[in-house]
Design a protein around this ligand. Sequence first.
Ligand SMILES: C=CC1=C(C)c2cc3[nH]c(cc4nc(cc5[nH]c(cc1n2)c(C)c5CCC(=O)O)C(CCC(=O)O)=C4C)c(C)c3C=C
Ligand SMILES: [Fe+2]
Length: 433
Amino acid sequence: MNAADPAADRAEGPAACPVADHGVQRRSFLRGAGLGTALGAGALAGAFTAAGAMADDGAKPGPSGRTVPFHGPHQAGITTAQQGVASFVSFSVIAADRAGLQQLLSVLTDRVRFLTAGGPVPATDLASPPTDSATLGPVLPSDGLTVTVGLGASLFDQRFGLADRKPAKLVTMPAFPDDDLTGSTELHGDLSLQICADSRDTVMHALRDITRHTRGLMQPSWKVDGFKAAPRPTGTPRNQLGFRDGIANPNAGDGRTADALIWTHGGANGEPAWAEGGSYQVVRIIRMLVEFWDRVSLHEQEQMIGRRRDSGAPLDGTTESDQPNYQADQQGLVIPMTAHIRLANPRTPDSFDSQILRRSYNYERGLDLNGNLDIGLVFCCYQQDVERQFQAVQQRLAGEPLVDYISPTGGGYFFALPGVKGPNDTFGSALLA
Ligand SMILES: C=CC1=C(C)c2cc3[nH]c(cc4nc(cc5[nH]c(cc1n2)c(C)c5CCC(=O)O)C(CCC(=O)O)=C4C)c(C)c3C=C
Ligand SMILES: [Fe+2]
């Protein structure tokens, strides 16, 4: 199998050609694909910002949309201002050995570098399958595209000889008390891609290109698509409970804050040297039980969240950027002690270290078998240490009033690799060195 050049496979003849014009072969390809889906199993105040103000990583407007730089010490898509659409895709790595894994990461690097830069697709000669799906036309728009690559704990088993190189804090996501993961097919994975762009077709094009070029090396297991609503009418966009979501986030544009909360440091906190510049990603698919939520009074909804629904202001403030003052409300008379924002971030000196960088998206995927809306939040956050940060927040939120209206159904923990430093570097180069 030549994952870097599928055309070379096709030259091997119909038996090796999954997309040949023979129904039987097409069907057997689809069957094979099915088999491969088995799941591998500063100052406190100064550290906050309105979430729209994530780090400026140099994205440039241009005729093909914004181009987010691919090369750098950290991957794009973490502190990058959130694009409008996203897909979170989990894969099983099926490469036979470490050389295959190296090939996979090399092909991934080439594809992501190419796709995120945009530009003309390579010419196709009429006798060959097209070099590109053409869904974006002959010249790819960069369109704010970022593809962020993460590795799951399962990748560090015996298959690739990487057990002693696992990021120190990388574990399989546990089930939390209010989770509904029984029977879920959307859990964990060897490798994850967070694909974000300004348009849905750009995200889909990128995924199709990547799966095409990595066939035989990794196999998609599950995917969830997300979107960010437009601001209604202004400010931070709303989630599907109707509240502005993503207002308060650590200031990722501040280097010291990012170094303390987002990036992993090689040789520190038990991390292997190769992990310099990475970050832990948590993905949680959280369904919203909107049929129940819509029967709750506005007052109760706002008490549960701790913010005004219309303005996004904390209950003790007037605008969304106001900071809640819990010191002045120690009994919780204005913002209840059980309010989501108060539990999630009590804003005490002790809770500084547990802040997370949220980068969530709404999802919508039709109806369930009972005709209820299957909509919710693809909760996504980045941090330096999952236990110290996400899990600490999750623990504080356990049993909050909001849990009656949400239901986590899937997700996973991944280690977002350090960035690709330049044209001769590849994803995971230090890991595999
Ligand atoms: C464990 C971490 C969190 C989960 C899971 C989570 C789920 C979740 N949140 C909302 C809605 C809102 N969350 C808001 C703020 C907020 N949420 C978390 C953490 C988790 N949320 C944090 C750390 C914060 C910031 C708190 C702060 O610093 O003040 C808000 C308020 C607006 C905002 O700041 O973004 C809303 C609304 C839902 C619906 C949900 C699960 C579906
Ligand atoms: Fe939240």
